[in-house]
Design a protein around this ligand. Structure first.
Ligand SMILES: Cc1cc2nc3c(=O)[nH]c(=O)nc-3n(C[C@H](O)[C@H](O)[C@H](O)COP(=O)(O)O)c2cc1C
Length: 184
C-alpha cells in the first residue's frame, strides 16, 4: 500500500492524549498541510488559532461543556443511544479530551474548510500525532473573552477545532460500511 493510502486507512479519532507538549514545529506542519488544501478559486478562506495555554483550555471547556451536557442528557434519556453515550459521561473532559493543542479553523464555507481540516488530520496522523475533529469544542461563542481571543466576527464560522497531542492508549476503530458505488 502506498504511504498516503496507508495514512488514510490508519487515521482515527483519538480521545485520549499524553500530557506531553507537542513541538511547535509539528503543529506548524499540520497547519501548513491544512493550508495546502484545495479551495474554490484558491480562495483559502480560513485562518488558524492555536490554543496551548492551560487557562484558555479551561475557559474553552467551561464554555462548551454545558452544551455538550445538554446533548448528553438527551442521548441518555433515549434507550437507543444511552449505551453508547454512557461511556462519554465517564470522561473527565468529554469535549476536548485534555488535548494539549486545540486548533480552531476559522473561515467561511464548509466545503473549503472541511477539506482543510481533513488535510490537517491526515498530516497529524503521518507525524504520529493523535487528532480529533470536535464539533462540541466549537460551541464557545457565549464567552466574550474567547470570542476576543479568537477574533471571531459575526460572520466567521468555526470548523473543528482539531485536537492534537501524543496519543494515549488505543483508539476506537469504528466499523466502516463498504462504499456504495454505481458505475455507469
Ligand atoms: C463534523 C464532525 C464533527 C465531530 N465532532 C465530534 C465531537 O464533537 N466529539 C467527538 O468525540 N468526536 C467528534 N467527531 C469524530 C467522529 O465521531 C469520528 O470521525 C467518527 O466516529 C468516525 O471515527 P474515525 O474518525 O476514527 O473514523 C466529529 C467528526 C466530524 C467529521
Amino acid at each position: 500500500m502506498n504511504q498516503v493510502l496507508d495514512i488514510i486507512k490508519k487515521r482515527r479519532s483519538w480521545r485520549a492524549f499524553e500530557a506531553k507538549t507537542v513541538p511547535k514545529k509539528l503543529v506548524e506542519q499540520v497547519i501548513n498541510a491544512g493550508n495546502e488544501a484545495p479551495s474554490g478559486m484558491n480562495s483559502q478562506p480560513w485562518r488558524f488559532v492555536v490554543i496551548e495555554s492551560e487557562a484558555m483550555r479551561r475557559r474553552l471547556f467551561d464554555a462548551a461543556y454545558p452544551k455538550w451536557r445538554r446533548v448528553y442528557e438527551d442521548l441518555m434519556r433515549n434507550p437507543a443511544s444511552a449505551k453508547e453515550a454512557e461511556k462519554y459521561g465517564k470522561i473527565e473532559d468529554p469535549v476536548y479530551y485534555r488535548a494539549p493543542v486545540v486548533v480552531f479553523v476559522i473561515g467561511k464555507g464548509a466545503v473549503n474548510c472541511a477539506l482543510c481540516c481533513e488535510n490537517m488530520m491526515l498530516a497529524a496522523e503521518s507525524l504520529g500525532l493523535g487528532n480529533c475533529y470536535v464539533y462540541f469544542g466549537s460551541l464557545i461563542r457565549d464567552d466574550p473573552v474567547i470570542v476576543e481571543a479568537l477574533e471571531l466576527g459575526e460572520k466567521d464560522e468555526i470548523y473543528g477545532p482539531i485536537l492534537l497531542g501524543y496519543p494515549k492508549g488505543k483508539p476506537e476503530v469504528p466499523p466502516k460500511k463498504p462504499a456504495k458505488v454505481k458505475w455507469v
